[in-house]
Write a protein that binds this ligand. Structure first.
Ligand SMILES: Cc1cc2nc3c(=O)[nH]c(=O)nc-3n(C[C@H](O)[C@H](O)[C@H](O)COP(=O)(O)OP(=O)(O)OC[C@H]3O[C@@H](n4cnc5c(N)ncnc54)[C@H](O)[C@@H]3O)c2cc1C
Length: 239
């Protein structure tokens, strides 16, 4: 997979050795996250809205209520920046200045647009379920026309992107090694916990194969990357 172009906008300047531009690095960070933040400027005021995203090749999608201010603004075709970040560790140094974090983050730039083609919108709405819970769509009540109308889907082709990764121990100043204070890394993970069934569950129902990957104790990012790879290899159904 080719790298994204490096421009003045996406070139990592501070700690530039942590920067990456290849699609594999950027996609691995995007795909390991369920949550993103979408930033945009509306009437001179910056907003940064957390939401759920999904990816198909270089296309990023997110959705929400058609009444959402963010979505009403973006659907007109606006510059946006979507970020995903993962915290991997708390880094405790021998000085306050050198405290840090281990992380992986991706920033993607593009022009957001509304997905209003009925077929693309239907596929996108199905994808948000199927990408995360493969096979689930077939078991669900069909989406009503009113529900489709009440939902806006936004798509953004990634024009430029950068990844930034810190994955190492403490970066103390040389002389600070003499300080009598503990230093090191507290690793942090996001793991899947056992399911909590709905109180209104019909008798005899257990989680289906669509939840097979979400075994308790698994790292959520690993599950999401695995499911994205499977989703990317799904058979193409003739229209
Ligand atoms: C969990 C976490 C904790 C962090 N803690 C700190 C902290 O305490 N102090 C600190 O200075 N920084 C921290 N960072 C890094 C921070 O996100 C910025 O990279 C940093 O502050 C430099 O910002 P800048 O605007 O000067 O970047 P510049 O290097 O000037 O940004 C230029 C371009 O580089 C790319 N870029 C910059 N940062 C990132 C990034 N994080 N991910 C992907 N692309 C990027 C973008 O395309 C951006 O437009 C943290 C990041 C994460 C994810």
């Amino acid at each position: 997979m080719a790298a994204f172009p490096v421009t003045e906008r996406n070139r990592v300047k501070r700690e530039h050795e942590r920067g990456r531009y290849d699609r594999a690095s950027v996609f691995a960070i995007l795909d390991a996250g369920f949550l993103c933040h979408v930033a945009y400027v509306l009437d001179g005021q910056p907003y940064c809205t957390p939401t759920i995203h999904w990816r198909d090749g270089d296309m990023l999608y997110w959705h929400g209520s058609s009444a959402s201010r963010m979505l009403r603004h973006l659907k007109a075709g606006a510059s946006a920046c979507l970020t995903v970040s993962h915290l991997d560790g708390l880094v405790l140094a021998r000085s306050g200045f050198n405290h840090s974090a281990n992380y992986r983050s991706a920033m993607c730039f593009g022009t957001a647009r509304i997905v209003d083609d009925p077929q693309e919108k239907a596929l996108a709405l199905e994808a948000i379920v199927e990408r995360y819970f493969p096979g689930r769509q077939a078991a669900l009540r069909a989406t009503t026309a009113q529900e489709v109308k009440a939902t806006t889907v936004i798509g953004m082709r990634i024009d430029e992107a950068s990844a930034k990764i810190r994955a190492k121990n403490v970066g103390d100043d040389e002389l600070d090694g003499e300080q009598p204070v503990w230093a090191g890394v507290v690793p942090v993970r996001t793991v899947v916990e056992p399911v909590q069934p709905s109180p209104r569950l019909l008798p005899g129902l257990a989680p289906g194969a669509d939840l097979d990957a979400y075994r308790p104790g698994r790292e959520l990012g690993d599950v999401l990357v695995e499911l994205q790879q499977a989703y990317g290899q799904r058979p193409v159904v003739a229209a």
